[in-house]
Design a binder for this molecule. Structure first.
Ligand code: ADP
Ligand code: ADP
Ligand code: MG
Length: 689
């Protein structure tokens, strides 16, 4: 085994590789760009070396620098992860030339599979079934159109060098072909520096089923069964699972053997994935499957295979790269239970899955157990029920430079139903604040009926739009009640138990009344909270919204509960939720997580808006009881609109009262340290006319 390896990647996959290396006692060297100097992968490795500025071509794509660093640090091998240099044959060759092992297939195998057209030609020879189409060298537009006419519409034009779901056009008629071809070629040239395309039959409602293969340098080759990656958006995977629902043992064997034949045809060594597209009736004898492409690397979704087989594929990669034979034979592999992976991305599903950037200000993930092993460290009883492969921690940023993945959530269950139930629970416990993300969407996806009964095909998300993108025109009341409860609970902790010492309400005929205003995507919400002076227990309130008055009780948090945890009695319902409060210059935000749904509310700070509309009356008053903690206005001063006059402290926060207009300070009515009642005039002010 190697004693030290360099991990030429970032994010979750770099962390993932480092975890196995550590378990095997292999030391690790991380590389990082300026954007990643404090990233999680850097902290998980034994050493870390800077590559360069943030853009990938100046950092993670600098193969020359990476090899230099491997040599300088004494790393014997380089693990490329996925993306970046993982499918770069020149880099694999340069590693070999420098005497550093490339943990991946030989350069020739990468090259053979690098072009989808050439790969299809090779597969034809190896008798692997292909999607009917044209994958030759002739790129004359008129010729390609005749080929498309011959194949029959709809057809798919694909960039030969494509990847990541880019460079594909569906064409439904001969008349559209020329324009689609031109646009596909433009995208292919821009994204991959190569405008060659292939044309194939576009299958309707197909399934994406891929086979994990593994080969060693001694002629050993096997398959670790299949993964179903049919749930996609923009031809990119969202949810992957293993095994593929409904697969018969015979079909599995046929696809596995076809995949091994594909690997053997190119002299493959290491981990690889042969992607097939299958007709929706693949679960019956009438179904068909066709070779689509081979990914010559470890795949994003490899953990589901690890869970159902009990083997660590990164460990296998390391062993095979240093010349060991495959650790087991085909016959020894068994499928154990069912695993599902959900990709958590910084993206906005409601806006066409547009990638998002920003900082993760809060992240709570379900409790995860990494690998559960027997004492001998080899096989296991049951895999971890929940596994999280994350490259990002709370406080880290998702930058525009790289893939916007936040984490992968992987669950295991004895059956698909069990795994699905765990996935629903795990997603409900996944709370991410700070940037747009797809967690809510994933929650709806795994709850979707078609998905639950495994009616899988690549059109599922589009077809199920109505349930996956529900129209919510009103903010559900319980979210509002929970946001109020967080505000009240925070004040109670800050101020203490004696209601008369609290500043959070004012007395009116023996009762406290409180008005709170929140904003959400659904509009402005005015809420009234009140409680009797001496009747209720200390946290018994009435919550009033939209003319409805509901009793509300905040239950004390159990010892050891997360600070965000809240349990409420709202009328006759008990709500267990997490409410994360995030206060910064931009506002006071309350993120309510309830039953797998996340709604964000902003508390409208009425003190910050104090004075608006009051200027005409010639006074500025305190809309909340509090204490004056600083005075900067002086009598007679001429001030411009927005000049800070006085600072109050109320509701645990400081609030600056500013001049509502250009004008003159006539009189400051309170000094530092003085308590002010709600409505008390603070400053006598004359606006300039
Ligand atoms: P998988 O098939 O393993 O799920 P994806 O297609 O989701 O892989 O891509 C995995 C990662 O590799 C992503 O970060 C993606 O950006 C990157 N990637 C895949 N193919 C290419 C390519 N041809 N060029 C650049 N990056 C790619
Ligand atoms: P990439 O290199 O971007 O991963 P693939 O060739 O693997 O490209 O295709 C990506 C996805 O596009 C597939 O998973 C599938 O959803 C869709 N697709 C590809 N080929 C076809 C086809 N012939 N018919 C229908 N859908 C296809
Ligand atoms: Mg693919």
């Amino acid at each position: 085994m190697f004693t030290k390896i360099l991990i030429a990647n970032r994010g979750e996959i770099a962390c993932r590789v480092a975890a196995t290396a550590r378990r095997l006692g292999v030391r690790t060297v991380a590389v990082f760009s300026d954007a990643d100097a404090t990233a999680r992968h850097v902290s998980l490795c034994d050493e870390a070396v800077r590559l360069g500025p943030a853009p990938a071509r100046e950092s993670y794509l600098r193969g020359d620098r990476i090899i230099e660093i491997a040599l300088a640090t004494g790393a014997q091998a380089i693990h490329p992860g996925y993306g970046f240099l993982s499918e770069n044959a020149d880099f694999a060759e340069a590693c070999a030339k420098a005497g550093v092992a490339f943990i991946g297939p030989p350069a020739a195998a990468i090259r053979a599979m690098g072009s989808k057209s050439e790969a299809k030609a090779l597969m034809e020879k190896a008798k692997v079934p292909l999607v009917p189409g044209f994958h030759g060298a002739d790129q004359d537009p008129a010729f390609l159109r005749r080929e498309a006419d011959r194949i029959g519409y709809p057809v798919l034009i694909k960039a030969s060098a494509g990847g990541g779901g880019k460079g594909m056009r569906v064409v439904t008629s001969s008349a559209e072909f020329a324009d689609a071809l031109a646009s596909c070629k433009r995208e292919a040239a821009a994204s991959f520096g190569d405008d060659r395309v292939l044309v194939e039959k576009y299958l309707e409602r197909p399934r994406h089923i891929e086979i994990q293969v593994f080969s060693d340098a001694h002629g050993g080759a096997l398959y670790l069964f299949e993964r179903d990656c049919s749930v996609q958006r923009r031809h990119q995977k969202v949810i992957e699972e293993a095994p593929a629902p409904g697969m018969s043992a015979e079909r599995r064997k046929a696809m596995g053997e076809a995949a091994v034949a594909a690997a053997r045809a190119v002299g493959y060594v290491g981990a690889g994935t042969v992607e097939f597209i299958a007709t929706a009736d693949i679960t019956t004898a009438a179904g068909h499957f066709y070779f689509m492409e081979m990914n010559t690397r470890l795949q994003v979704e490899h953990p589901v295979t690890e869970m159902i087989t009990g083997h660590d594929l990164v460990e296998w990669q390391l062993r095979v790269a240093c010349g060991e034979p495959l650790p087991v034979q085909q016959d020894a592999l068994k499928i154990h239970g069912h695993a599902i992976e959900a990709r958590i991305y910084a993206e906005n599903p409601d806006k066409g899955f547009l990638p998002a950037i920003g900082r993760v200000s809060h992240m709570a993930l379900p409790a995860a157990v990494e690998f559960q092993r027997n004492a001998d460290g080899e096989a296991f009883h049951d895999p971890a029920p929940v596994r999280i492969d994350a490259g990002v921690r709370a406080g880290d940023a998702i930058s525009p430079h790289y893939d916007p993945m936040i984490a992968k959530l992987i669950v295991w269950g004895a059956t698909r139903e069990h795994a699905l139930a765990r996935m629903r629970g795990a997603l409900a416990e996944t709370h991410i604040v700070g940037l747009a993300n797809n967690v809510d969407f994933l929650g709806r996806l795994v709850a979707n009926h078609s998905f639950a009964i495994a009616q899988l095909d690549t059109g599922l998300i589009e077809r199920e739009r109505a349930t996956l993108f529900p129209n919510e025109d009103k903010l559900p009341n319980e979210f509002l009640a929970l946001a109020c409860a967080r505000v009240l609970a925070d004040e109670a902790t800050a101020v203490g138990a004696d209601p008369w010492s609290r500043r959070n309400g004012w007395r009116l005929n023996g009762a406290y009344t409180r008005e709170l205003t929140f904003k959400s995507e659904r509009g402005v919400h005015d809420v009234k909270i009140d409680y009797a002076r001496d009747s209720h227990a200390r946290d018994g309130y009435h919550f009033e919204h939209g003319g409805l008055r509901t009793p509300l009780v905040i239950q004390p948090a159990p010892a050891g509960a997360a600070p965000s945890r809240l349990t409420l009695l709202l009328a006759d319902r008990t709500l267990h939720a997490d409410v994360v409060r995030h206060v910064d210059k931009a506002g006071d935000d309350l993120h309510v997580f309830l039953g797998g749904r996340h709604r964000a509310l902003t508390l409208v700070d009425i003190i910050a808006h104090a004075g608006e509309g009051e200027a005409a009356e010639g006074r500025l008053s305190a809309p909340m009881p509090g204490k004056v903690i600083a005075v900067s206005a002086t009598k007679g001063a001429r001030v411009a609109r927005g000049t800070p006059l006085l600072v109050m402290e109320a509701m645990k926060m400081e609030h600056t009262i500013v001049a509502p207009a250009d004008g003159v300070v006539e009189e400051v009515l309170f000094g530092v340290g003085e308590q002010v009642a709600e409505g008390a005039a603070l400053v006598q002010f004359t606006p300039a006319t």
